[in-house]
Design a protein. Structure first.
Length: 392
């Protein structure tokens, strides 16, 4: 009995061994809390991959350069503002000097003057951009022009009627008849053309050698009609600044329309009416623009009414064909060199108020030299008169 109680094979010894076996390490049971394993599906295949450069250096450099440009721009803006502050203060000071008795005027050459306003000037008419009369000697404003016309156009208007008549032109019967039919009769007896159902020509061109009374005949037409007469030389339409030439042409024909019936006489038309060609010169292009404005005014969309054009030139072959085509210039009147009969008539006109010697005959002077124009005959007679005056 004693052996059975102390032995290791009893019921108590077996339970101890079972406890030792249960104490061995066992891995923990996953709980499902924490990071989940990514599962690949169909949406992963359709998603675009994120592409980044291998190095960030060029992008950072570009960003820094842009920031530098912004900083330089800001610095330049501040510097300009600092420079403009004294100028603004100076302008404010100049504005404070302009009162009711002073003004700043700008001349046609571009210069500006701070001038006095004389007491008799109507200050109610003064406004920005108006034309004023300026005395350059004392730098004072003497008046205000009511219209905005260029003063050159006002000068072109002939206020005094010429005293020349057809009797002073010599034996130019054909030329006188043509200019009467083209210019004079449409202004004085327009009903003749209305009854016949025809439109008179808008203008004529007088061409021929120099000194053949072309300008004189235009003065005669101004004398025979009561129309307003405006005379302009082609070179006067060529202005210094861009756009002034076409503007002067527009204002010239605007004045003729306001004072109709009127006659425009353009002498030396070849100064602006030469044939057009490609040119790189700014001056040549400005002359061509002036001629285009002249073409538009001669034959524009607007009816010009009782306005006639007389164009004169010594070199018709150099004029642009568009300028002398029918519709703009109705008739071309040629003035040839005078023949013997015409020379005799011209000599009689110029010597009618001169004292001739008893042995002087006009026939000898006529036969003495050929190809004499009216101006040459007048110059020779004046030279002979001067020589006779010296001998007395």
């Amino acid at each position: 009995m004693g052996q059975s109680q102390s032995g290791g094979h009893g019921p108590g010894g077996g339970k101890k061994d079972n406890k030792d076996k249960k104490k061995k390490y066992e891995p923990p049971v996953p709980t499902g809390v924490g990071k989940k394993k990514k599962r690949k599906g169909s949406d992963v295949a359709s998603r675009l991959p994120l592409v980044t450069p291998h190095t960030q250096g060029p992008l950072k450099l570009l960003k820094l350069e842009r920031i530098k440009d912004y900083l330089l721009m800001e610095e330049e803006f501040k510097r300009n503002r600092e420079q403009m502050e004294p100028l603004e203060e100076k302008q404010q000071e100049e504005r404070s000097k302009i009162d009711d008795s002073h003004a700043i005027v700008s001349t046609s050459v571009g210069s500006e003057h701070y001038v006095n306003i004389l007491s008799f000037v109507d200050k109610d008419l003064l406004e920005t951009g108006c034309s004023v009369l300026l005395n350059h000697k004392v730098h004072a404003m003497r008046g205000v022009l009511m219209d905005d016309m260029d003063p050159l156009v006002t000068v072109m208007k002939v206020e005094k009627v010429p005293q020349e008549t057809y009797a002073n032109t010599g034996r130019l019967d054909n030329q006188i008849q043509e200019i009467k039919e083209s210019v004079e009769l449409p202004l004085t007896h327009a009903e003749y053309y209305e009854e016949m159902g025809i439109k008179p020509p808008k203008g004529v061109i007088l061409y021929g050698p120099p000194g053949i009374v072309k300008t004189l005949l235009a003065k005669v037409v101004a004398n025979q009609t009561s129309a307003t007469f405006l005379k302009v030389v082609g070179s006067e339409l060529i202005q210094k600044y861009l756009g002034d030439g076409p503007k002067l042409v527009r204002e010239l024909f605007q004045v003729t329309g306001e004072h109709a019936p009127s006659i425009v006489f353009i002498d030396e038309t070849d100064a602006i009416g030469t044939k057009r060609y490609d040119s790189n010169s700014g001056g040549e292009r400005e002359i061509q623009r002036t001629m285009l404005e002249l073409l538009n005014q001669l034959d524009g969309f607007d009816s010009r009414g009782d306005v006639k054009d007389i164009v004169a030139t010594n070199r018709i072959e150099t004029l642009d064909p568009a300028l002398i085509r029918p519709g703009r210039i109705g008739r071309k009147i040629k003035f040839p060199l005078p023949d013997e009969k015409t020379k005799k008539c011209i000599f009689q006109i110029h010597t009618s108020r001169m004292m001739l010697a008893d042995d002087a005959t006009l026939d000898d002077l006529i036969v003495a030299k050929d190809d004499l124009s009216d101006a040459d005959i007048k110059a020779n007679l004046y030279r002979s008169w001067s020589d006779g005056l010296k001998r007395t």
